[in-house]
Design a protein around this ligand. Structure first.
Ligand code: NDP
Length: 447
């Protein structure tokens, strides 16, 4: 039995067991750098090999997804569901449809989800899934046929008390509806097997907005904790999907000034700030027309920086809401030079390891994704509660609950985030998330 764990030795073993899974290695190192010192002082976790057990998913399913495109070609994609850890509740976490999807990315996301879901204090385990299918440029019918085929494989692995997926990149209301319709058709049952559903068939108010709103709430709490007001602060937001758009919506309600949004074609920059009216136009453009910013109508209120990210623009707060590793070392250097005071992650693991290192060495207040973007999964859990009770709560009630959950996550981070003059939110979130899962795993014995 080891007396002490060492991060490098632990990572050597993990890399040997999971060759080539770079994103997964990165996520585990990021979390365990702060958890290992804690575990070394708590021998019960060490003896029970909790860290080794936590990094091995409970179960992974990989399957073929065949579908027919509009030109009658047969297309083949790969589908996945990684059921990471159900110690504290049914597996819960999104489905991602994007060409970059592979096992490494899903394992990193599932691992992060374990800590995030624990932090919400709600009874939800962790999973993640998806496919390398690219919904971009596909017709509605093609997306429907793909979703039906994907669910035909997935349905035997999910259930209201087993595993309840939701959306993520490339999986929004349209995809969730097709997936739910197919599940109902195959099983002849109307079951709460997905969240993010339409309001007509068991969806929850505020679920769509929850991740973005939650991120803005968390940033506000973190700033308040350090006597800073978010009002009039200039914000850089990346992405133009579900998380980014609703993060901007809440930031505007909180009277912050949002300078940017971005997508895979580049950055849209409004030097005087994006107004509520502009945001409505952008919503229509991204969610209805599903077009890229490179074709956005020219207007003197905006500049478009092709193939550029927002991070070189002068501002006060950064809220990355697009994808993993979107902030590299040079981007972080630019932000530090420009005097950014806070960074709050809407996306999962948006900073590369090098960028995170620089960030953690700086004075910038840093809210990691597992804390700052937990609002989405929290309201998903509230959707499950409403489905069980067969009732719906009002938008006001749900927003109040969301705000309280984000405040509670913030308090847990402060409590476990060291006693320096500035809270270490990374340490706080990792340790608070870890304790609940580890205690449940210990209680179950050797399983
Ligand atoms: P969406 O698919 O709705 O939006 C993603 C946005 O990011 C799009 O605007 C997309 O551009 C842009 N994007 C994706 N990849 C890149 C890239 N490589 N470079 C530049 N831009 C890129 O996804 P979500 O908003 O749901 O998710 C965004 C992030 O938030 C992800 O990291 C996700 O895991 C995380 N998250 C999501 C939650 C949710 O509830 N949806 C919950 C918690 C975390 P384009 O428009 O050109 O495709």
């Amino acid at each position: 039995m080891p007396n002490k764990l060492d991060i490098n030795a632990f990572m050597d073993g993990l890399q040997r067991r999971n060759p080539g899974e770079q994103e997964f290695h990165q996520a585990v190192r990021d979390v365990f750098e702060t958890v290992i010192p804690f575990v070394n002082y708590n021998k019960k976790y060490l003896d029970a090999r909790i860290l080794e057990r936590m990094t091995e998913p409970d179960k992974t399913v990989v399957f073929r997804v065949c579908w027919e495109d509009d030109d009658k070609n047969i297309r083949v994609n790969r589908g996945y569901r990684v059921q990471f850890n159900n110690s504290i509740g049914p597996y819960k976490g999104g489905l991602r449809f994007h060409p970059s999807v592979n096992l490494s990315i899903l394992k990193f996301l599932g691992f992060e989800q374990t800590f995030k879901n624990s932090l919400t204090t709600l009874p939800i385990g962790a999973g993640k899934g998806g496919s390398d299918f690219n919904p971009k440029g596909k017709s509605d019918r093609e997306v429907m046929r793909f979703c039906q085929s994907y669910m035909t494989q997935l349905y035997q692995h999910i259930g209201p008390d087993m595993d309840v997926p939701a959306g993520d990149i490339g999986v929004g209301a349209r995809e969730i509806s097709y997936l739910f319709g197919q599940h109902k058709r195959i099983t002849h049952k109307f079951l709460s097997v997905l969240t993010g559903k339409g309001l007509e068939f068991g969806g929850s108010l505020v679920r769509t907005e929850a991740t973005g709103y939650g991120n803005a709430y968390f940033a506000t709490e973190m700033l308040q904790q350090h006597d800073i007001d978010i009002k009039d602060k200039r914000c850089l937001v990346s992405g133009a999907g579900n998380v980014a758009i609703y993060c901007v919506e809440k930031l505007l309600q909180l009277e912050a000034v949002v300078l940017t949004l971005s997508d895979s074609s580049g950055t849209l920059y409004a030097k005087d700030g994006i107004s509520k009216e502009m945001l409505e136009d952008i919503k229509q453009y991204k969610f209805e027309a599903r077009k890229s910013f490179s074709e956005f109508p020219k207007n003197k209120q905006y500049k478009f920086f092709e193939n550029k990210k927002p991070w070189h623009i002068e501002a006060d707060i950064a809220l990355p809401c697009a994808t993993q590793n979107e902030i590299e070392k040079s981007d972080m250097k630019a932000m530090i030079k420009n005097g950014i005071i806070a960074l709050s992650e809407g996306a999962n693991m948006p900073c590369t390891s090098d960028a995170t290192k620089l960030l953690r060495e700086s004075d910038i207040l840093y809210a990691p994704g597992k804390a700052a973007n937990a609002g989405g999964v929290a309201v998903s859990a509230l959707e499950m509660s409403q489905n069980s009770q067969r009732l719906s709560w009002s938008a006001e009630e749900l927003e109040r609950k969301l705000r309280e959950i984000m405040q509670n996550i913030h308090s847990q981070c402060v409590k476990n985030g060291g006693d320096g003059k500035q809270t270490d939110y990374v340490q706080g979130a990792n340790i608070a998330g870890f304790i609940k899962i580890a205690e449940a795993m210990l209680a179950y014995g050797i399983v």
